[in-house]
Design a binder for this molecule. Sequence first.
Ligand SMILES: Nc1ncnc(-c2cnn(Cc3cccc(F)c3)c2)c1Cl
Length: 302
Amino acid sequence: MSDTEILAGVPGVRHLGSGKVRELFEVDGNLLLVASDRMSAYDYVLETPIPDKGKILTQLSLWWFEQLADVVPNHLVTTDPAMFPVELRDHKDVLSGRSMLCERLSMIEIECVARGYLTGSGLAEYQERGTACGVPLPAGLVDGSRLDYPIFTPAAKAAVGEHDENIDFAETSERVGADLAAEIRDLTLAIYDRAHRIAAERGIILADTKFEFGRRADGTVVLADEVLTPDSSRFWPADQWEPGHAQPSYDKQYVRDWLTSPASGWDRHSGEAPPPLPDEVIERTRARYVEAYERLTGEAFR
Ligand SMILES: Nc1ncnc(-c2cnn(Cc3cccc(F)c3)c2)c1Cl
């Protein structure tokens, strides 16, 4: 039985939605975000789970919420199952460590992306037009180039499995209003600056990241969703940073290398789903998530 089936069968718990690797439930007016051990690569959700991935990434979000508490309020209510509504407490195995009870916000339907380095969809637009989300950039930049200053590159949310559509600041203002657009831009860049600095001190480059914000009834803008995890951000090992080609992903590189090697027998352009991962790739990938957690937080994962 999957987490969703277990939890959706609990009285008072309503399944609201699924992300690629996460589930969202409503519980007594709050929200429960449950991070699964699923991993996505090349736009596929792999059939082989990575043990503890959901717990590691949830614990990392919690740590970042603490580091950022003086920069922006967040939506966290609690992660302690003992504080969860009584009907959830005996699902500790499903919930322990990889669920957050959050206040229900009115979400701002903009993916707030900050980029300190040029890669991915930002690089693609740059190579075509010399801009990123309409922001003109200097000539001569390559894959992995560090930008003179971080930029806000908002996107309109896409349906699950689709790619978000990059929009410029004018379109963002059209959608949410000029004042709120300026507020989420400034918050996005302030959070990125702080997080980039913290990660760099620990030998990790935070190349880019995606935030989601919501608003309370009183209008306060609150940092929501997961934050600064390898699923919402690009983390690169600083000692391997070399502009001019795709940088190794801190967490996904073993999976990408195996899937694109002859050993997997898979052709990523075939339209077929990837094969299951061998145990050694699973374990090494789990170890990378643990290592990222321990390097960033300075705490042992347990
Ligand atoms: N605090 C909040 N208040 C209202 N809505 C949300 C909210 C809605 N959607 N998402 C993204 C998502 C979609 C699928 C599964 C997930 F776990 C998360 C987050 C939040 Cl975090």
